[in-house]
Design a protein around this ligand. Structure first.
Ligand code: ZN
Length: 313
C-alpha cells in the first residue's frame, strides 16, 4: 500500500512538471512565431495642434513600451502641418520596426485656446454626402463638392438638404406648437459665400475673432447643407449668446435631438470643437445619432472618434 501511494504521488508531481514544461514551451513558441503580437506602444492622438514656437514633449503622445522608441522632431518656428513618426524596434527579431505616425499642426493659438485655421493643411473628407460627415478646422469638404438635393426650407429662402429641411420643418412646427418663435438666419452656403463671410469677419473683427466664430471656406458645416443658424430675433444683434436664454435656444437643447439635430458648439466643449459657444448653430446628423450624442453629452468630434475606433477593433 505504502509503495503504491508514493508512486502515485511521484507520478502526479512528474505529470505536473511535464505539463508545466510543455505550457512554458508552448508560450515561448507562440511568442517566437508571432512577434507582432507582443506588447508594443500606443499612439494617444492621431493629430494634435501645438502653438508656434512650442516645445513638444514627444513621449507625452505615446504610451506602453516607450523605452526604445525613436521619433523625428519638427521645427515649431514654422507654421504648417507636419508628421512625427514613432518607431520601435522589434526586440525578438531585431527587425520589423513598428511605426506609427501622428500629424502635428503648428498653429497660432490664441489665449482662449482657439487656433487659426489658415496655418494648417486639413484632411479632405471622403464622405461629404453622409449625414454624419465630420467637417471642422482639420477636416475639409472636397473642392467643388456641392450637395445635389438642396431644397428651400418652408417659409424661408434658406436651403438645406432635403432630409435636413424636412427634419427642420418638423422641429419648427413643434416649437411653434409650444408658442416658441424661431427665425431662420442661415442655412446652406456655397464655398464662395463662405469665403466672403470669412474674409469679412477677418476684415471687421480680425483673425482671432474669425477663428472663434467663423469657418474657413471648405471647412464650414453650412457648405454640407446640414447646418442651420436660428435665432429668437429677426433683426439687430441676432446671433449672440442671448439666444441661449431664449425659448428657442432652450428648445434646441431640450428637443433638437428628437428631430435629428445637435447643438454643435456647446459652451463647455470649446477645447474640443475649437469654436466659440454658438447656441444658434444646429447640425443635422439624423435622429439615431442625435439621440446618442444628446444622451452621452459627447461632442460630434468625440462621437465620430469613438465610433471609428470601434469599427477598427
Ligand atoms: Zn452656423
Amino acid at each position: 500500500m505504502k509503495v503504491t501511494s508514493i508512486s502515485i504521488k511521484l507520478m502526479l508531481v512528474f505529470l505536473l512538471l511535464l505539463s508545466g514544461c510543455s505550457t512554458n514551451k508552448e508560450h515561448k513558441k507562440s511568442q517566437e512565431q508571432s512577434p507582432t503580437k507582443q506588447k508594443t506602444f500606443t499612439l494617444n492622438s492621431s493629430r494634435i495642434q501645438v502653438n508656434q514656437y512650442a516645445t513638444i514633449n514627444y513621449l507625452d503622445y505615446v504610451s506602453g513600451n516607450t523605452d526604445a522608441i525613436e521619433y523625428n522632431t519638427i521645427d515649431t518656428s514654422k507654421l504648417g502641418t507636419y508628421e512625427v513618426t514613432y518607431s520601435l524596434e522589434d526586440t525578438t527579431t531585431n527587425s520589423n520596426q513598428e511605426a506609427k505616425t501622428m500629424i502635428v499642426d503648428v498653429v497660432r493659438t490664441y489665449e482662449n485656446g482657439i487656433f487659426n485655421p489658415t496655418d494648417l493643411t486639413p484632411e479632405t473628407i471622403t464622405n461629404p454626402e453622409s449625414i454624419t460627415a465630420l467637417v471642422n478646422k482639420t477636416h475639409q469638404i472636397p473642392s467643388g463638392w456641392v450637395p445635389n438635393d438642396l431644397v428651400e426650407v418652408a417659409g424661408s429662402s434658406q436651403q438645406l438638404r432635403k432630409e435636413a429641411a424636412e427634419a427642420f420643418e418638423a422641429f419648427y412646427q413643434a416649437a411653434k406648437n409650444q408658442g416658441i418663435t424661431c427665425y431662420i438666419i442661415s442655412g446652406y452656403r456655397t464655398n464662395d459665400a463662405q469665403a466672403l463671410y470669412w474674409q469679412r469677419q477677418v476684415e471687421i473683427y480680425g483673425e482671432e475673432y474669425a477663428s472663434l466664430y467663423s469657418a474657413y471656406p471648405g471647412r464650414s458645416e453650412h457648405q454640407l447643407g446640414l447646418a442651420i443658424d436660428i435665432s429668437n430675433q429677426l433683426t439687430g444683434n441676432r446671433l449672440t449668446e442671448q439666444v441661449a436664454n431664449s425659448d428657442i435656444g432652450k428648445f434646441i437643447v431640450s428637443d433638437g435631438y428628437k428631430y435629428g439635430f445637435i447643438l454643435r458648439y456647446p459652451q463647455d466643449k470649446i477645447n474640443i470643437t475649437n469654436y466659440g459657444y454658438e447656441p444658434w448653430h444646429m447640425r443635422y446628423v439624423g435622429k439615431e445619432t442625435a439621440e446618442k450624442i444628446h444622451q452621452s453629452t459627447l461632442t460630434f468630434e468625440e462621437y465620430i472618434e469613438m465610433n471609428s475606433v470601434k469599427k477598427t477593433v
